[in-house]
Ligand binder design. Structure first.
Ligand code: NAP
Length: 247
């Protein structure tokens, strides 16, 4: 489904990003595995893809730092000279109530989840507008659509992702570029593993589908669809992957 396409996935060393990288490589894409600090995990993703005859390479870059994002896109231009798909997946979480959230925690979350996606969209759009084709997929969250007590900064960043997605879709459509968001619910990754058991139980109860929590693969399948030609006429959409979670 992605033969001859080049795809950048931010935060692809673990969790959902890792699953997206592997799924896209299995479908023929050349995959750029971005990570911030876990080089070993990123290398493991690249090795797994290469062992199966795929094409992948890892780039260390903190997406909240424009200088590092600029350097990452320079490397992509040098290696491939193109970029067909950008998946803004890199993200951090740090839960707290409105009255307890410190400015430095707010900045860390918003700078990574929202500003990082903004930087990557800017650099990707420069390449894609020249190609007059491209796909941008931003990972939001069920929390960005509906809010959640105790996640004020995270919700702001993920709601911001939806606003940027809708605006970019309107700006970039004339260049043949689609921009969509995927809003996962509770997915079984490092991000959710340390949730207190009572919170986890409450969240699982709010999921309508009886299988409970989702797996990274559930999100990866939707991203693959949006990245492929099957989704050529889909833009400015937010697709929930949450088992019908009511929060
Ligand atoms: P995860 O397992 O904690 O993995 C996070 C990934 O983001 C890692 O690869 C990490 O790289 C990377 N990362 C973090 N900060 C970065 C930065 N500044 N620059 C570059 N990469 C950075 O998280 P996940 O659960 O897979 O979440 C992936 C995305 O889905 C996030 O945007 C998250 O908000 C969203 N999401 C997750 C859930 C869920 O239930 N898990 C639900 C809704 C939405 P290193 O390994 O190098 O640190």
């Amino acid at each position: 489904m992605l033969k001859d396409k080049v795809i950048l996935i931010t935060g692809a060393s673990r969790g959902i990003g890792r699953a997206i990288a592997i799924k896209c490589a299995e479908n023929g894409a050349g995959v750029i595995v971005n990570y911030r600090e876990h080089e070993g995990y990123a290398k493991e993703v690249v090795d797994k893809i290469m062992e199966k005859g795929g094409d992948a390479f890892a780039i260390k870059a903190d997406v909240s730092q424009i200088v590092e994002v600029k350097e990452m896109f320079k490397m992509i231009r040098e290696r491939y000279g193109r970029l067909d798909v950008l998946v803004n997946n890199a993200g951090v979480i740090q839960d707290n109530l409105l009255l307890m959230t410190r400015e430095k925690d707010y900045d860390h979350i918003v700078n990574t989840n929202l500003k990082g996606a903004f930087f990557c969209m800017q650099f990707a759009a420069k390449i894609m507008t020249n190609m007059e084709r491209g796909k941008i997929i931003n990972i939001s969250s069920v929390v960005g659509r509906y809010g959640n007590a105790g996640q004020i900064a995270y919700a702001a960043s993920k709601a911001g992702i939806i606003g940027m997605t809708l605006s970019a879709a309107k700006e970039l459509g004339q260049f043949g570029i689609t921009v969509n968001a995927v809003a996962p619910g509770v997915i079984n990754t490092n991000m959710t593993k340390d949730l207190k058991s009572e919170i986890k139980e409450r969240l699982i109860k709010s999921i309508s589908l009886k299988q409970g929590m989702g797996e990274p693969e559930d999100v990866a399948k939707v991203v693959l669809f949006l990245a492929s030609d099957l989704a050529d006429y889909i833009s400015g959409q937010v697709i929930g992957v949450d088992g019908c979670q009511i929060i």
